[in-house]
Design a protein around this ligand. Structure first.
Ligand SMILES: Nc1nc2c(ncn2[C@@H]2O[C@H](COP(=O)(O)OP(=O)(O)OP(=O)(O)O)[C@@H](O)[C@H]2O)c(=O)[nH]1
Ligand SMILES: [Mg+2]
Length: 164
């Protein structure tokens, strides 16, 4: 169990600066389980807001982790079709600005729904993270909703795609 404290929330790109510790970000489609993972790691149900409706997290949330003294960063999800185009663009820009030229960012944990075939935006993000030379750590979520066979198939698919 880790001690996680929400230390900073950024709604706009200009609010992203001002942190001075190494960061590991949690990225992935809306509803894949990023905020749930934060809550599980922190051992508290309401550290990060979660919802069965996609699009819950709308800001970049910096959780300071102890021991270790680094940030786990909960990102807004992408690929949520039911919100306005303008809003999607706003999140896209926020995520992009967070990822680019971020020397404190040490790794991106990419959460992937084990029930879904690889999605275009997951592939795009994984390629982008590799292109900027940041470690990518894939994590399959919702494994409890999958048969063992399906889980090993999707796991192998991602191993091949990501060249692990
Ligand atoms: N069955 C199952 N449900 C999960 C798992 N992880 C998350 N969930 C559920 O999936 C829903 C979405 O979880 P969130 O943690 O809010 O997802 P998110 O990736 O933060 O979503 P956004 O904030 O919209 O980007 C919630 O109803 C969770 O309870 C899992 O491993 N298994
Ligand atoms: Mg969330």
């Amino acid at each position: 169990m880790y001690n996680l404290i929400l230390e900073k929330t950024a709604y706009t790109p200009d609010q992203l600066s001002g942190t001075d510790l190494p960061q590991i970000a949690l990225a992935g489609r809306s509803n894949v389980g990023k905020s749930s993972l934060i809550n599980t790691l922190g051992g508290r149900k309401k550290l990060a807001k979660i919802s069965s409706t996609p699009g819950k997290t709308r800001s970049v949330n910096f959780f300071r982790v102890k021991p270790g003294n680094f940030f786990l960063v909960d990102l807004p999800g992408y690929g949520y079709a039911r919100c306005s185009k303008k809003e999607r663009e706003k999140w896209g820009q926020l995520i992009q600005r967070f990822l680019e030229d971020n020397t404190l960012l040490k790794a991106v944990v990419l959460l992937l729904d084990s029930r879904l075939e690889p999605q275009a935006m997951d592939l795009e993000l994984s390629q982008y993270v590799k292109s900027i030379d940041i470690d990518l750590i894939p994590v399959l979520t919702k494994a409890d909703k999958c048969k063992q066979k399906q889980l090993s198939n999707i796991s192998n698919t991602w191993i091949n795609i990501l060249g692990l």
